[in-house]
Design a protein. Structure first.
Lengths: 354, 313
């Protein structure tokens, strides 16, 4: 049997989970625009936070009146952001953090973009990486151009479960080897991850939890249901761990799930507890900050920003060596999902992100 | 008037009491100060090490605690010393305080002033460990505030030991005052005919994209422009994220700004504007002066004046 999760990727990400309030707010801004009130929208989220999923949903809901442009790398040509005459009145711009380069002379496209969104009779719904957004907000007061700002919320445990289960048939995944031999405890110790930006480390604290889920089943159910109850509580504990570890970030949760899954089995002890001991030099931390803020950066872009091929090679080697980043199929360097929270904590310590 | 016999008797009593001090008591007092010293050193080292592992703001906060902890330890040791002293001398203590007063008045007054300065620095905090300060003729990062002196590390990595009593006579400037960010003023001079708007834009972008910059609503980047007769001064006021990177920040801005200025045809002020001959012109000028000297038969000083006046005319 094979893990058929990849086949259903499109379907899963096509279906919006949660975020009903956020969709409502955006639709309201579009409706206001139709009656003459222009409220540009900024959708802000962390890496793997689900902003692209949200904007795709907005596109689906406004197919007849929206034009969508997705930026997948740093924009260097003004033509890429210029809108043709047949562009619809609702403009969806995905990944707007690619509109600037963090170097002198690297903001011309960005100035053009600000001019466009403030002067044209269109509503602009844009998505931003949260760290780029915060940086541009401090430097250019970007929030003034976007009266509606939507920060994509973290997923609840239930939503994460739904996101992951949508990829499988019912009963396809077996928790704790089918729950045959594993006894469910009445109380258990769970590792609670805490990010201490004062020391730049992510640590885990053991916390005693009462297995309410199991107790409910055990006390209230018939004998036949008790066995099912065992598996249900194992499932609950797996998702509880994934939720704690990912902090409700869907991309990170999926990665943790994939790493733990021994298809079709998944065991609680296989759900990783990811903590990275990061020690970087100034330049390395700065490049890591760039990769985090842009979501993905090509080597040529990094060379362009820091101005040295030799230094870039050295820095990337360090970041790859410490398993903080990886190179994807588009030759972009990205932060590893499982290292994301450790990276953020470390960069917060250095005040490179805030 | 004090009776001479009674003074003699008291003196003898004091001498008797001093003679009666047991070696054990003396050893205990010395040991108490020694233990306090070692303990203070250990605590300082541990806190310093801990602070270096912390975030930039955390580092300063932990270091702020160090002088207070040290003083606490020494106060405990001093209290022990006083108790022992009271046990030994009892009512004759006032004679000893007179002796101490005389010692402070003559030989140890500077030491005493330093100690009082240390107490004031610890509690009033005109500066803290981790601050970048200017005191007297020195500038550097405060690495230690002791009972007697404050240690600074200068940008050239010299350790300066400044007596704490300096705070009574000298003005102290603290660049960051407990914060880990610090304002840096960066001046760049460009030729008057350069495009100032373009230069200001480049300078701003250079500052805000620096890896060393710290930007927030309370710590904004400010750009100033001043036109002077022969050149234009551009001034950027921005905060460096970690005060230890003060000079790296300045250097980073200079390097990248001038690279960008070069690409945009923005030049540095030309030397001839300041009446300083450029390389190449200098030797030519000297030859002309010599020729003038010979033809006029004057001394060098006059010919200098001549050359100047000719140029001016």
């Amino acid at each position: 049997m094979e893990d058929n999760s990849n086949k259903t990727d499109e379907m899963v990400f096509g279906e919006i989970i949660g975020m009903r309030d956020e969709i409502g707010e955006i639709q309201e801004a579009i409706a206001d625009f139709e009656v003459g009130k222009k409220l540009n929208v900024a959708i802000i989220a962390g890496l793997f936070g689900g902003k692209t999923t949200l904007i795709k949903e907005i596109e689906k809901l406004n197919l007849s009146r929206a034009t969508k442009i997705t930026f997948s790398e740093i924009v260097r040509n003004k033509k890429e952001i210029s809108l043709s005459g047949d562009t619809k009145r609702v403009v969806l711009l995905d990944n707007c953090h690619f509109l600037y380069v963090r170097k002198p002379g690297g903001f011309d496209i960005f100035y053009e973009f600000l001019d466009m969104i403030s002067s044209q009779n269109r509503i602009f719904i844009t998505t931003w990486n949260i760290y780029s957004w915060k940086y541009l907000k401090e430097v250019f007061e970007l929030e003034k151009y976007f009266p509606v700002q939507i920060v994509v919320p973290a997923f609840s445990e239930e939503h994460l479960k739904q996101l992951i289960f949508n990829r499988y048939e019912e009963g396809e995944i077996i928790f704790n080897n089918g729950g045959e031999s594993d006894e469910e405890p009445v109380a258990y110790i769970t590792e609670y991850p805490i990010e201490l930006s004062a020391i730049g480390k992510k640590i885990s604290i053991p916390i005693l939890k009462i297995n309410i889920h199991y107790l409910k089943k055990y006390l209230l159910s018939e004998k036949k249901e008790k066995k099912e109850g065992k598996e249900k509580t194992a499932e609950h504990r797996v998702f509880e761990r994934i939720h704690l570890e990912s902090k409700g970030n869907p991309g990170v949760a999926l990665r943790i799930w994939k790493l733990a899954l021994d298809y079709p089995h998944i065991k609680l002890e296989d759900v990783g507890n990811f903590s990275y001991d990061i020690e970087l030099e100034q330049e390395e931390a700065f490049v890591l900050n760039l990769i985090l803020s842009y979501q993905g950066l090509k080597k040529s872009d990094i060379v362009d920003i820091i101005g040295s091929m030799l230094k870039t090679d050295e820095v990337l080697f360090q970041l790859l060596n410490q398993e903080l980043v990886f190179e994807d199929e588009n030759d972009s360097f990205r932060v590893r999902p499982e290292a994301l929270h450790s990276v953020i904590t470390y960069l917060e310590k250095l005040r490179l992100v805030w | 008037m004090v009776d001479g016999n009674s003074v003699n008797t008291t003196r003898e009593q004091l001498l008797e009491t001093i003679k009666s001090i047991e070696t054990q008591t003396l050893v205990n007092i010395i040991l108490a100060f020694f233990v306090a010293y070692i303990f203070a050193r250990i605590i300082t080292a541990l806190l310093s090490k801990l602070s270096e592992k912390m975030s930039r703001s955390g580092r300063i906060k932990v270091k702020m605690v160090i002088p207070a902890v040290k003083f606490g330890i020494y106060i405990v040791a001093f209290y022990y010393f006083l108790t022992e002293l009271l046990n030994i001398f009892g009512p004759e203590l006032f004679l000893l305080t007179g002796l101490i007063g005389a010692a402070v008045g003559f030989g140890l007054k500077d030491l005493f002033a330093d100690f009082v300065g240390g107490v004031i620095i610890t509690f009033e905090k005109p500066y803290q460990v981790g601050d970048k300060i200017s005191i007297g003729n020195y500038y550097g990062e405060v690495t230690d505030i002791g009972l007697r002196a404050t240690k600074l590390v200068t940008p050239d990595d010299n350790t300066v030991t400044a007596p704490n009593s300096l705070i009574f006579n000298e003005a102290i400037a603290s660049g960051n005052y407990g914060a880990s960010e610090m304002m840096i003023v960066i001046d760049l001079y460009i030729a008057s005919e350069s495009d100032v708007k373009a230069a200001m834009k480049i300078l701003r972008e250079t500052v805000v994209t620096s890896k060393y910059v710290y930007i927030s609503r309370t710590s904004p980047v400010i750009l100033l422009h001043k036109s002077l007769p022969f050149y234009t001064r551009l001034r950027a006021k921005a905060y460096v994220n970690d005060l230890r990177d003060e000079f790296e920040f300045e250097s980073d801005v200079h390097t990248r700004a001038w690279t960008e200025f070069g690409k945009n045809g923005i030049r540095a002020p030309q030397l001839h504007i300041l009446n300083i001959p450029q390389i190449g012109e200098e030797s030519e000028l000297r030859t002309t002066r010599r020729k003038n000297d010979r033809s006029n038969g004057r001394h060098g000083r006059d010919s200098d004046f001549n050359a100047g006046s000719q140029k001016n005319s």
